[in-house]
Write a protein that binds this ligand. Structure first.
Ligand SMILES: Nc1ncnc2c1ncn2[C@@H]1O[C@H](COP(=O)(O)OP(=O)(O)OP(=O)(O)O)[C@@H](O)[C@H]1O
Length: 285
């Protein structure tokens, strides 16, 4: 099973908000969809889930078009904006409505999550705090039987303990039943350990689509004297440089040559460092 976004563009007025985006979302993987504010993440997720139309391009699930196709749309799920829910609905009614729509609902997991998050399902959705509204939506997202689950800013308003609880539930349910999660978030550091693949959007374009482990294996921070660090930079992609007095710190991607490191100190980048450097290149020049 695979979900393919092919050459999707979205133009609002004269602005190309998505610019020829092509992504092949593999089955049974956890993706991070990253990008600075306004990069186009929500627009992309809304197009995949048939909530808005692309200007050009298409989205297929197993070779079948997604737009206006009930059979394929039932296999994918995107967390909803508040205004897509009935204005006055109790949490348990929302769960029942979801079950009716998708044909199945994981009540065991839902009840377990309600208990752990200390949420009473007889409460009305519109009376909940922002954090608890997010929690309710997350419970729905983890309990639907879909193969592709898209979470747009899932942890909005959740405190640190609840975020950790959510990450644990996400991993647990993923291991119980493998399916694809695509998580759009700005809290990269917190979520990076969960991710197998990362997609980074910048100004509507895909600038990174990689396996997280591979990516982290080939990104480095080099520091030392300017001359020594410079001597490593010819055959790698330089993501950023900082000079302080006679010393240089360089953020690089690629294979370091086998030559001796001398006094150059090498350390690993984490996903958040990499994201910041790769989306900040123009400003750094
Ligand atoms: N209906 C619309 N009409 C005009 N412009 C829009 C519309 N919806 C989104 N945009 C613009 O498209 C761009 C991408 O927006 P989008 O919400 O997809 O970004 P995002 O990556 O999700 O950002 P954030 O991280 O801030 O939520 C923004 O510049 C936004 O102003």
């Amino acid at each position: 099973m695979s979900l393919k976004v092919e050459e999707v563009s979205k133009i609002y007025g004269k602005r190309n908000v998505l610019d020829h985006v092509s992504i092949d979302f593999e089955s049974k993987k956890i993706y991070g969809l990253l990008g600075n504010n306004g990069a186009g993440k929500s627009t992309l997720l809304n197009i995949i889930n048939n909530r808005i139309f692309s200007t050009v391009g298409k989205v297929d699930l197993n070779g079948e078009k997604i737009s206006d196709n009930e059979k394929t749309l039932n296999k994918i799920y995107l967390t909803s904006e508040d205004n897509l829910y009935p204005s006055k609905i109790k949490i348990k009614s929302l769960f029942k409505l979801t079950e009716k729509f998708y044909g199945e609902f994981n009540w065991d997991l839902a009840n377990h999550m309600l208990l752990e998050f200390e949420l009473d399902s007889s409460k009305y959705l519109n009376k909940l705090s922002t954090g608890y509204r997010s929690i309710t939506k997350l419970i729905v997202a983890l309990c639907v039987p879909c193969e592709y689950i898209f979470l747009d800013e899932p942890i909005l308003g959740l405190d640190a303990n609840h975020r950790e609880l959510f990450y644990n539930f996400l991993l647990e349910t993923y291991q119980d039943r493998l399916r694809t999660f695509v998580i759009s978030t700005h809290l990269i550091e917190e979520i990076s350990n969960l991710l197998e693949k990362v997609i980074i959007l910048e100004s509507g374009k895909v600038i990174v689509d990689e396996n997280v482990e591979d990516l982290m294996d080939e990104t480095y921070i080099l520091s030392g004297s300017i001359d020594e660090v410079e001597s490593f930079l010819d055959h790698v992609q330089v993501l950023g440089k900082e000079i302080l007095g006679g010393s240089m710190t360089a953020y690089v991607k690629g294979n370091l040559s086998r030559k001796s490191l001398g006094n150059v100190k090498v350390s690993r980048m984490n996903l958040q460092d990499y994201f910041k450097k790769i989306t900040n290149r123009k400003k750094a020049k």
